[in-house]
Write a protein that binds this ligand. Structure first.
Ligand SMILES: Nc1ncnc2c1ncn2[C@@H]1O[C@H](COP(=O)(O)OP(=O)(O)O)[C@@H](O)[C@H]1O
Ligand SMILES: [Mg+2]
Length: 138
């Protein structure tokens, strides 16, 4: 469990975690709107060394960040209505592909994800800080 007191700290946590990532890893991020998930992904992208700046793929479902140590595939399932839609956009090809997948709102469709998925839960605490908890499964 980690506490983050600022957006910059959340980015730094993402950056630190990026150093541990290997080809094929899947990170599932859960937590309310504004909990800091996208900021964490900014850190992952920076840590992997991608040049592009990270924005939320809420409307497009997927942003790809090539050019780093590993390609990063950033999903946001917030607007997704059913699991079939995710399969239609080729989720499986990314999950079992050549890079790292990070998925916001993954808790909506946990059955889509492989058993080795690393789950990170973001909690907006009353004092304004964010708690980031990792667990093996949801
Ligand atoms: N410790 C913190 N970590 C991350 N974001 C924070 C933190 N404290 C305040 N914020 C603010 O909360 C919002 C988080 O937004 P975002 O990362 O897009 O969240 P999510 O993707 O979970 O909806 C931003 O407006 C950011 O400035
Ligand atoms: Mg987000």
């Amino acid at each position: 469990m980690t506490i983050s007191a600022s957006p910059a700290e959340t980015i730094a946590h993402g950056q630190a975690l990026a150093a541990t990532l290997r080809r094929g890893d899947v990170l599932a991020l859960s937590g309310d709107l504004g909990a800091g998930k996208t900021h964490f992904v900014k850190g992952l992208a920076a840590g992997l060394g991608t040049a592009a700046s990270v924005t939320s793929p809420t409307f497009t479902l997927l942003h790809e960040y090539p050019g780093g140590r590993l390609p990063l595939y950033h999903f946001d399932l917030y607007r997704l209505d059913d699991a079939d839609e995710a399969l239609r956009i080729g989720l499986d090809e990314y999950l079992y592909g050549d890079g790292v997948c990070v998925i916001e709102w993954a808790e909506k469709f946990p059955a889509l994800l492989p058993p080795y998925t690393r789950w990170l839960r973001f909690i907006h605490r009353e004092d304004g800080t964010r708690e980031i908890r990792e667990s093996g499964a949801l």
